[in-house]
Design a binder for this molecule. Structure first.
Ligand code: SIN
Ligand code: MN
Length: 267
């Protein structure tokens, strides 16, 4: 699949694009099952909320779950990013973010490249997220909020917040957010399961808590141009990966094959 000129223009102007219904119900069911499986694992990569129990993020799930391994090499996710970043990409980070019903905690206002440059010494913002919605993201279950056009001003000053949630994050102050929102407003990135959100690595974003009875799993592939790989290895390799080899795509039906396989082996 290839992004159109209009989609590319929207990405460069606003800092994001939402592509509805890119994955079908069969593929989403495979991934919903896979998410439940990884959340139940007792592994250091599966980060918990402040309650110490509820899964918040399963890092590097492509390294220990077959469905997520395939998703990490899926042409519908990899090709559009290769197109925008103009060349081969490697996996800098892979997250399955749970945002569990009633419990899923906030992600404060931040820029992803702010963290990648400060913590991992990634040279340039030649990296970005592509996110797949594994559940519907609605008003009530903690969808992503973004400030359109905020990606155009580089990296903002940030403080390292070690208190607000169980996960340390470089976060922006209220004055900066107020100024940016005065200019660009806030967009809440609602979408059906199977939709895909692509956003620039300097786009300012956050997400509110999930007080609803509906879970909101989103899978984030953070992809980086191979020439722009990180220079510092401070964070664990399962948070900021050190394999800079170019991703080779699998076939378009790689997730569907897994569903057929499950049905076959159950028969
Ligand atoms: C992130 O910005 O890294 C995660 C936000 C979310 O999943 O709500
Ligand atoms: Mn982020």
């Amino acid at each position: 699949m290839k992004l159109t000129d209009t989609q590319l223009e929207q990405f460069h102007t606003d800092g994001y694009i939402l592509l509805p219904n890119l994955f079908d119900d069969t593929e989403i069911k495979v991934l919903q099952d896979a998410a439940e499986t990884v959340y139940a694992l007792d592994r250091e990569e599966v980060f918990r909320e402040s309650d110490g129990k509820t899964a918040r993020t399963a890092f590097a799930a492509h390294e220990y779950n077959e469905a997520f391994r395939r998703l990490g090499r899926h042409p519908r996710l990899i090709r559009p990013v290769q197109q925008i970043l103009d060349g081969d990409v490697y996996m800098h980070q892979y997250k399955v973010n749970a945002k569990a019903a009633f419990t899923g905690d906030v992600w404060q206002w931040h820029q992803d490249f702010g963290t990648w440059s400060r913590d991992d010494h990634m040279p340039e913002a030649r990296a970005m997220n592509i996110a797949l919605y594994v559940n519907d993201a609605v008003e009530f279950n903690g969808p992503l909020w973004m400030i359109p056009k905020s990606h155009t001003q580089g990296v903002f000053e940030a403080g390292h917040d070690l208190q607000t949630t169980s996960y340390p994050l470089w976060t922006l102050d209220r004055e900066t957010i107020t100024r940016l929102v005065d200019d660009g407003g806030i967009v809440s990135a609602h979408g059906k399961a199977g939709s895909v959100l692509m956003f620039h690595s300097t786009l300012v974003h956050c997400s509110p808590p999930n007080l609803s009875p509906w879970p909101r799993t989103v899978v984030y592939l953070s992809l980086c141009h191979v020439d722009n790989h990180i220079r510092r290895f401070k964070r664990p390799a399962w948070v900021a990966h050190r394999d800079f080899s170019p991703i080779e795509c699998m076939s378009d039906d790689c997730l569907r094959q897994l569903s057929e396989h499950t049905v076959d082996s159950a028969a």
